[in-house]
Design a protein. Structure first.
Length: 119
């Protein structure tokens, strides 16, 4: 069975976000709240597109909840529990922040549409 081997020195690309600190672990284990559907302008094409994109990112988030189980060999997880948890939280944070950003866009675009329709 393949065991994950890590280099002694891991160089990071400065454009890649660093791993979350261990004190942040768990912050992204619950999805941010979606705006209520009655507040969304479902006639706005940007809103509809963003809803589709948000659902794809949510699917990624759900898949990452159990990461690295099913991806890494169990021996690798046992040998590198801190690294496994760091990667899990790195992926969860990425999806969580994307969902939160889209939810903000949905609110703004819906409010703008409603203001334009009222004018």
């Amino acid at each position: 069975m393949h065991v994950l081997r890590l280099p002694d020195v891991v160089s990071c690309d400065p454009d890649v976000r660093p791993f979350p600190s261990s004190s942040e672990y768990g912050e992204w284990d619950t999805l941010p709240a979606d705006p209520p559907e009655h507040e969304l302008d479902l006639t706005n094409e940007d809103v509809l597109d963003a809803l589709k994109r948000r659902e794809r990112i949510k699917a990624d988030w759900y898949a990452d909840l159990n990461y690295p189980h099913g991806v890494w060999p169990p021996e690798s997880i046992e040998q590198n529990p801190d690294l496994a948890e760091a990667w899990r939280n790195w992926f969860l944070r990425r999806s969580w922040q994307g969902i939160k950003f889209i939810n903000g866009c949905l609110r703004i675009w819906s409010q703008e549409s409603q203001q334009q329709q009222a004018a």
